[in-house]
Design a protein around this ligand. Sequence first.
Ligand code: AMP
Ligand code: MG
Length: 488
Amino acid sequence: MQINIPFDNSFVRLPDKFYARLDPTPVSNPGLIVLNDALANQLGLDAAQLRTPDGIAMLAGNEVASGSQPLAMAYAGQQFGNWSPQLGDGRALLLGEVLSPDGTRFDIQLKGSGPTPFSRMGDGRAWLGPVLREYIVSEAMAALGIKTTRALAAVTTGDAIFREELLPGAILARVARAHIRVGSFQYFAIRKDEEGLKQLADYTIDRLYPQCREQDQPYAAFFESVVEAQIDLVSRWMGVGFIHGVMNTDNVSIAGETIDYGPCAFMDDFHPQRVFSSIDEMGRYAYENQPPIAHWNLVQFAQALLPLLGDTQEAAVAVAQAIVDSFQARYEAAFMNVFGGKIGIPDDQVSNEDKSLINDLLKAMADQGADFTNTFRTLSEAEPEPIVSALGNTEMAGQWFTRWQKRVGKLHETAHARETFMKSKNPAFVPRNHRVEQVIRAAREGDYAPFEELNAVLANPFIDQPGRAAYRDPPSVNEQVRHTFCGT
Ligand code: AMP
Ligand code: MG
C-alpha cells in the first residue's frame, strides 16, 4: 500500500534550474530506529501509518509516497571562507512539503538518501553516528526553544558505508520551515542570473516573510528580516553554549533555523575560543567568533541580493550597508536580553549597566573553566557557596555574587519567582558530547536504550529530573570529547 501524505509542493513549481528531480536510491533492508510521534502529529501526519512497513520503506527512500516529487536543491556557498559555486543537496532529497493543521508549510527531506547530480565525490549517504547526533541535538534544540530543523524519523539502511572504516548506513527524515540557505541565493548571484535571484527572493518572501510584501522596499525588508532572524538565533546559541562548527554560507538557513548539525557541540567547561570541529584548524567557527561570522555571512547574503536592493549599484550598496551596519547594535541588544535573562534580569529591565555584571561572570567562568550549563543553572538557586566555588573561590567571585544579589534581588516579587524565572532560561540538561558519543557507541552494538533515554531527558531541559541527575554531570577526564568530526 502506498503511503498517503498530503503533499502540497511549491518549490518544484520553480523553474528547473532550481533543483534536480530524482528519486531516492533504494537500500537493502530498512529498519526503523525512531519515529517522532509528537512532530508527526504537529505536522498532521499519521504516525501509525509511518510505522508500517510501507511507511518505513518511504522513510528509507525505497518507496515514493503519492504526491511526493523528490528533488535535490541547488545551492552554492562559501566554505571556511572559500567559494564553492556549486554545492547543492549531495546526499539529501526534498520529498515534498506539507501544510500543518495551522497552515504552516514544512519541507520533509531525507538526508542520506543516495547520490544526486550534486554529490561531487560523495556517496550520497550518511552513517548511523551523525544521523543519531542530528536527531538528538536538533530535537534538544527545539526543546530548548531555539529555532531548528526537526527530526521526524531515523532508519537504518542495512547497507555498510565507507568512511575511514565500514560503518552502518542510516537516513534521517528532516523537517524544516524551508531548506533555503544563503547559499541558495549565492547560486544565482554567482551565475549573474538576476531573474533566478528574483524568483527565489519572491518565493522566499511569500513563503517565510510575507509581511515584507507590504513594505516600501520588500527586498530590503526581507534582508532585514533575515538579519534579525540570524541575530536572534546566534544570540540564543551563545546563551546555551552551543558551537555550530560549520557556519558556512550554505549552512545558514534563511528561515533562521539551526541547520546542518555536523561537528557541532555544547560546551562543558567554558572557554570563549572553544572549537570542536577537527577540520576547523584556525578556529574560524569558535564559540565567540559566531556573532562576527554571522555578520560576515550576512554581508555575503547582502552581496548576493544587491541586484534587488536598488536601481543602481550605488543605491543598492547604501541600502545593504545601512542594514549591515546595524548588526552590531542589534546583536548587543539580543545578547543582553539572552544573558540578562540568564542572570535573572527580565528583558524590559536589562540595561547597559548590566553588561559588566554579565561580562565579569563570563570572564570568571572562562578563567576557571567553569561548566557553562551547570554554572548558570546553579546560579538560579542563588546559593553563594556553589557559585563562588565554581568561580574559583576568589575574593572577586565573592564580590561578584554580592553585586549580583544586589542587582537582581529587587527585580522579582519573591526569591521563588526569581528562581522559576531563571530556571526557565537556564537548562539543566543539554546534549553533552560525551553522552551523544556513548549513545552512538551503544547503537553500533545494537543497543538503542541509551538513545531513547537521552532523548527523554532532553525533551524537558528546564525541569529538574532528580532521577536523571547524572545527565547533568560534565564528562570525567577520560570521557571528554574534544573533537567532533566532519566525516559525516
Ligand atoms: P555539509 O557539510 O553536510 O553541510 O555538506 C556540505 C556539502 O557536501 C553539501 O553540498 C552536501 O550535500 C555535500 N555532502 C556532504 N556529505 C556528502 C556525501 N556523503 N555525499 C555526497 N555529498 C555530500
Ligand atoms: Mg550543509
